[in-house]
Design a protein around this ligand. Structure first.
Ligand SMILES: NC(=O)c1ccc[n+]([C@@H]2O[C@H](COP(=O)([O-])OP(=O)(O)OC[C@H]3O[C@@H](n4cnc5c(N)ncnc54)[C@H](OP(=O)(O)O)[C@@H]3O)[C@@H](O)[C@H]2O)c1
Length: 333
């Protein structure tokens, strides 16, 4: 089933791995939804750090995934693949894609498509899926963060960090968060977090001093190797360390592993992109039940730092790489 569709569209391709100017608009065929897929006429697409890593050639995409960047979109359902009964043509939706979001049309497995939460704009909705799926799957599902616990969120003003802080406040978790400057620390406080400027202070000392030496029950980490020893030192007994990014390297040397045993610590982590459509659909269902009602009440809405037209995706990447942003950067179509 489909509304009348053009045969071609504009998409942004990675012409060759490299700096932001390798992102080039080009004409491509409008994809046809395969059985079980929904075709979305994209109105906004979120930009995420994994897109930058993919563009640089340092994030190999899973086999068979769309090589066009873009992990999340919002828009209107334009066509339904065979067997899809959960969505209707003309419905406003947002979706976690398997790539291909930087385009006028994107085909997405139906289980990864969610209705637009009531009152949420297309730009806001496009900024939700990637970080909400990731934070929910890691901090809450894998990390079992619970009401009354203490969390430490690294990169507190990143897309991931701002989402984690809002969800911690919503679900009654006290959150410390790191950032690299005064303005970013202020933004963390506005999101209900306890800010730590990592350029001035040791997060280990701040968290321990403010929890009577107990530490953090759960840590959401985007740095990897450079923070591994300090993260273990900050964990409370029975604490959980979730590794979801490696901006500080992937190989940790000289780490005292006895800390893991002494604290009964759990060190784990996960990547969203290589998960199966079934796993992503299960996360979507959990978000729809537990987080969509919160969004529809106007809480936990993503912080939009800037928007750029699709054709200026390269400028959006440059802005992300400057690391000056607080919250999300979104492309409009
Ligand atoms: N595992 C998963 O499924 C998954 C999914 C999505 C994202 N991620 C990861 O989560 C992290 C955050 O993603 P995002 O899209 O939220 O990114 P983002 O908005 O660009 O935020 C990254 C932040 O990290 C901080 N940072 C510290 N050291 C850095 C360095 N060496 N290079 C760049 N930034 C540095 C910067 O803030 P300061 O100025 O405070 O340093 C920056 O704003 C990335 O590592 C990404 O790969 C993982």
């Amino acid at each position: 089933m489909q509304a009348s569709l053009p045969s071609t569209m504009t998409e942004i391709c990675i012409s060759t791995p490299g700096k932001a100017d390798v992102l080039i608009p080009r004409e491509a065929e409008v994809p046809l939804p395969k059985p079980g897929e929904v075709l979305i006429r994209v109105q906004a697409a979120g930009v995420n750090r994994p897109d930058v890593l993919q563009r640089e050639g340092s994030y190999p995409i899973p086999p068979g995934a769309n090589p066009v960047p873009g992990l999340e979109v919002a828009g209107t359902v334009a066509a339904l693949g065979e067997g899809v009964t959960t969505h209707a043509i003309g419905e406003d939706v947002c979706a976690l894609t398997n790539g291909g979001g930087y385009a006028e049309y994107a085909a997405v497995p139906a289980g990864q498509v969610l209705p637009l939460p009531k009152g949420v704009s297309m730009v806001e909705a496009a900024a939700i899926p990637e970080t909400f799926f990731t934070v929910w799957a890691n901090l809450f599902q894998l990390g079992h963060a619970r009401r009354g616990e203490v969390a430490l969120i690294h990169g507190g003003t990143s897309g991931i960090g701002t989402t984690a802080l809002m969800l911690c406040r919503e679900f009654g978790i006290r959150a410390f968060a790191t950032a690299g400057g005064r303005e970013k620390c202020e933004a963390i406080r506005e999101l209900g977090g306890e800010a730590i400027n990592y350029r001035q202070d040791s997060f280990v000392e701040v968290v321990l001093a403010n929890t009577e030496g107990r530490g953090a029950d759960v840590i959401l980490d985007i740095m990897g190797a450079s923070y591994f020893a300090d993260n273990l030192a900050t964990l409370a007994r029975d604490g959980r360390l979730l590794l979801i990014g490696f901006l500080g390297g992937g190989i940790a040397a000289h780490v005292n592993l006895q800390t893991i045993m002494a604290k009964r610590a759990i060190v784990t982590g996960s990547a969203m992109r290589p998960r199966s459509s079934q796993e992503k659909a299960a996360i979507a269902a959990s978000l729809r039940e537990q987080v969509w009602p919160v969004l529809a009440q106007g809480r936990c809405l993503p912080l939009i730092h800037a928007t750029y037209p699709l054709a200026r995706a390269a400028d959006a990447h440059r802005e992300m790489e400057s690391s000056q942003h607080i919250g999300k950067i979104v492309l409009t179509v």
